[in-house]
Ligand binder design. Structure first.
Ligand code: MRU
Length: 341
């Protein structure tokens, strides 16, 4: 996708350095963060400099490839196994992370060159899958439709294109006019900061809505379809996605609005029987109790907005049961169930 007229991927590996758009600074500043070692890439994943299921997967693959190069004793399995464990400890929910470390680890046992090749392959597959998801998903979008999305499953959350927003980008190429409502997505505001930034830069008409406004808009007949991404899809179709997704799915069911999950096949975890077994990441109190933004002097600052002595509970994800999901938009087509995915 283009930023100020220049083509960017969200994340890439160049001369052993993992380069990524610093998502913690958006929409206020556009900067590229450089992680020079696999451990720096781990920190970037953990602190959400890069984030989103597909981008995390690519980052994990690149980190594993960096580890292969840093290996002091070429191909020493102990070093690579330790690195794999460290990378996998960064964020527990996104299946793409584990799929990528497994693939690149196997190649890193052959050589660091093979590891890099595999990591680049994963990133390229992510781009292709995003584009195909866009093409299939656009079939669901008729001219004039209004889409609700939650969190950011656009191109920033992947290597390019994205999943939930990709159909909107393809529909635009097809000259359909699509309007997007973007949930702000408390507490980290991926919707109001990141999806809104993407939509704005791609000339997609949109509005940011408070997280608790979606039900009222559905009741007023203002939402035609809900499309979100996924961090992990269990074998029975239950889907983990950003906290708040479940609420939207329940509301959509109540108001008889189609609710779609858009995700590449790398997000399906066949070894996870149901949503109950998906590990849910809990994040810090500060994300709930503090807000970050640009102050009047143009500096990025954090302020406390909640009662400082109260504790917060901050689950990063929830699980939407399969029976609330109308279908899955994948790179292999739109499926009504998880069989043959
Ligand atoms: O915690 P994040 O920002 O990494 O959240 C993950 C997500 O991006 C969302 O849950 C998204 O909708 C899944 S698809 C990228």
């Amino acid at each position: 996708m283009k930023v100020n007229g220049k083509d960017y991927r969200t994340i890439w590996l160049e001369d052993g350095i993992c380069k990524m758009i610093n998502q913690n600074l958006l929409p206020h500043k556009f900067e590229i963060f450089e992680a020079k070692t696999y451990q720096e890439t781990c920190v970037a994943i953990k602190t959400m400099i890069t984030r989103g299921a597909g981008a995390i997967g690519a980052a994990a693959g690149f980190a594993m490839a960096q580890a292969a190069f840093e290996n002091p004793d070429n191909n020493a399995e102990t070093f690579l196994t330790k690195a794999k464990i460290e990378i996998e400890a960064t964020r527990p929910t996104a299946q793409d992370l584990f799929a990528a470390t497994a693939r690149v680890f196997e190649k890193s046992l052959i050589s660091s060159e093979e590891a890099v090749k595999e990591a680049q392959k994963i990133a390229n597959e992510n781009v292709d899958a995003g584009r195909k998801i866009g093409e299939f998903g656009a079939e669901l979008l008729r001219d004039g439709m209004r889409v609700l999305t939650h969190c950011n499953a656009g191109w920033l959350a992947f290597v390019d294109w994205g999943t939930a927003i990709s159909p909107v980008y393809v529909a635009k190429e097809q000259e359909k006019s699509i309007f997007v409502y973007s949930d702000e997505t408390r507490p980290r505001l991926q919707g109001s900061r990141l999806s809104a930034w993407e939509l704005y830069h791609n000339d997609i008409p949109h509005k940011i809505i408070p997280d608790n406004a979606a039900a009222a808009l559905m009741q007023d007949g203002k939402i035609d379809i809900v499309i979100t991404g996924a961090d992990r899809i269990a074998a029975n179709g239950d889907t983990a996605n950003k906290i708040g997704t479940l609420e939207k799915a329940i509301c959509a069911k109540y108001f008889d609005i189609p609710f779609y999950i858009a995700a590449p096949s790398s997000t399906f975890d066949k070894n996870c029987p149901s949503g109950k077994e998906i590990p849910i990441e809990y994040r810090s109190d500060d994300e709930v109790k503090m807000m970050e933004g640009i102050d009047s002097t143009g500096n990025l600052n954090k302020i406390t907005v909640a009662n400082p002595s109260s504790e917060a509970l901050n689950p990063g994800f929830d699980v939407t049961p399969a029976d609330l999901i109308t279908g899955y938009i994948t790179e292999n087509g739109i499926k009504n169930g998880v069989e043959n995915l």
